[in-house]
Design a protein around this ligand. Structure first.
Ligand SMILES: CC(C)(COP(=O)(O)OP(=O)(O)OC[C@H]1O[C@@H](n2cnc3c(N)ncnc32)[C@H](O)[C@@H]1OP(=O)(O)O)[C@@H](O)C(=O)NCCC(=O)NCCS
Length: 147
């Protein structure tokens, strides 16, 4: 990690040995995880539903901080599987807040796979946009705190 510039661009990321801590200068690393054999589909790749669940978790990190309390996913606005994910890939999830509304927060998430330990490559595998809503104890939308 020490030989990566802090603001590595995605096109350049493939040339660095490890996935960086930030992306484009505005996407923050919010999760790293490696799939397990139980997450493999019939093709031998990783099941898309597992990746969607990880993206949902990763996407909620920044909204959770802003909302300072419970949030719920209200929408997956966009979801693209650009490349298959394989066993042994270490996935890095980067998020950026795109919009803060009255009760909702929309985030952009990019996922990169770090693979092939003998000659490490970093490949963009997934991109998504999700919206989260701050909710109260009864599960109703709640105005976001102002500070
Ligand atoms: C999240 C939930 C509380 C929102 O309640 P709601 O009555 O639909 O909310 P509202 O229509 O008042 O909209 C609340 C906010 O969400 C936004 N929103 C609602 N539907 C949206 C959609 N399809 N896409 C993007 N934003 C949406 C609204 O624009 C609004 O944002 P704002 O206050 O910042 O302007 C409710 O829909 C819910 O409980 N959904 C299930 C959540 C859940 O279980 N998620 C886990 C996956 S199963």
């Amino acid at each position: 990690m020490h030989d990566n510039p802090p603001n590595a661009q995605p096109a350049r990321a493939a040339h660095h040995r490890l996935a960086p801590l930030t992306l484009h200068g505005d996407h923050e690393l919010v999760l790293r995880v490696m799939p397990l054999p139980a997450d493999v589909n019939a093709n031998g790749d990783i099941f898309g539903g597992w990746i969607m669940a990880q993206v949902d978790l990763a996407g909620g990190v920044l909204p959770g901080r802003i909302a300072k309390g419970r949030i719920a996913t209200v929408a997956v606005n966009q979801f693209v599987f650009k490349q298959p994910v394989s066993m042994g890939d270490l996935l890095s999830f980067y998020a950026r807040v795109e919009r803060v509304g009255k009760t909702s927060i929309t985030v952009h998430v990019e996922v990169y796979a770090e693979r092939n330990p003998a000659d490490v490559q970093v490949v963009k595998v997934t991109e998504a946009q999700l919206t989260y809503v701050a909710i109260d104890a009864a599960g109703r939308p709640r105005a976001l705190p102002r500070d």
